[in-house]
Design a binder for this molecule. Structure first.
Ligand SMILES: NC(=O)c1ccc[n+]([C@@H]2O[C@H](COP(=O)([O-])OP(=O)(O)OC[C@H]3O[C@@H](n4cnc5c(N)ncnc54)[C@H](O)[C@@H]3O)[C@@H](O)[C@H]2O)c1
Length: 269
């Protein structure tokens, strides 16, 4: 018996990296998993991600392990597309128990994205792919979860949503992630009376192929690890285990929280 047998989970941005790890992990716990991405083969962008794949997409990987999966390709900033996906999932599987609103990320370089100079198009894009994508997905699943009288929503912020990097670069990304954390607190207040829990995670430096390429080194041989209490970067499984907690009955009395998954990175609070 899996902890999520009979449950239906949605993971956005699940073609690679953290989203893929969440989708595979929730499927291993017994959930039927619907996953979405701008490009279900986005792993092709990074050699290490491609080398890790055991199927053509995360959907095939789950099916090959005996699970049930559906794949959707669209931009989470497109509200209608998000609602269409959720309608289709409800039609196919009859319910939605878990949403992990993971799709997102940054764009541009730190030196061109400081708070006062970040170009409006980049500011807009990053707010849309992170904050608006999260808002659309939560709006789409909430009516179904309310009708069920249960549901688990996990949103994704970042260490950057709490601490502004020196020099102020990546201000659009940090702002979007801070907004997601606060949006989640409001969501928890609204949905609590329906027995729906909404919580936010804030990963630190997690060694996805994208991040390893960006910061160099390996999990523990990285200079970033010197500022982390546990002296290593995070793994996708470190995050997937917290998503398991927030997606299962282990967290039934936990809502509106922000959980850092950063190994005790030296925070300014
Ligand atoms: N890896 C880290 O260290 C770290 C740290 C803090 C927060 N995060 C957050 O965790 C999430 C996943 O990060 P990751 O490292 O796996 O990133 P990643 O770039 O490796 O994967 C993100 C996936 O989301 C998809 N995506 C991006 N924008 C999308 C959109 N508008 N619509 C649909 N799909 C979209 C991409 O195609 C990609 O497959 C992101 O929200 C990121 O901001 C990651």
């Amino acid at each position: 018996m899996g902890k999520l047998d009979g449950k239906v989970a949605i993971v956005t941005g699940a073609a690679r990296g953290l989203g893929r790890a969440y989708a595979l992990h929730l499927a291993s716990l017994g959930a039927k998993v619907a996953l979405s991405d701008l490009n279900l083969k986005s792993y092709e962008e990074f050699q290490a991600e491609a080398a890790d794949m055991t199927g053509e997409t995360t959907v095939e990987e789950i099916r090959a392990r005996g699970g049930e999966a559906l794949g959707f390709e669209f931009d989470v900033a497109d509200r209608d597309a998000v609602f269409r996906m959720v309608d289709e999932i409800k039609g196919a599987w009859g319910r939605v128990d878990v949403l992990v609103a993971n799709a997102g990320g940054g764009r541009g370089k730190p030196r061109e994205t400081a708070a006062s100079i970040v170009p409006p198009d980049l500011f807009d894009l990053v707010l849309k792919m992170n904050l608006y994508g999260t808002y659309h997905a939560c709006s789409a699943v909430a009516p179904i979860m309310k009708a069920q009288g249960s549901g688990k929503i996990v949103t994704v912020a970042s260490y950057a949503g709490k601490v502004a990097g020196i020099g102020g670069g990546y201000a659009h990304y940090g702002t979007a992630k801070a907004a997601i954390a606060h949006y989640t607190r409001y969501l928890a207040q609204e949905l609590g009376p329906y027995n729906i829990q909404a919580n936010c995670i804030a990963p630190g430096v997690i060694a996805t192929a994208r991040i390893v390429k960006l910061v160099g080194g390996s999990e523990s041989s990285n200079s970033a690890a010197n500022d982390i209490a546990l002296r290593r970067l995070g793994t996708t499984m470190d995050c997937a285990k917290v998503v398991e907690f927030l997606s299962t009955d282990l967290s039934d009395y936990v809502t509106g929280t922000l959980i850092p998954i950063d190994g005790g990175w030296n925070r300014a609070d």
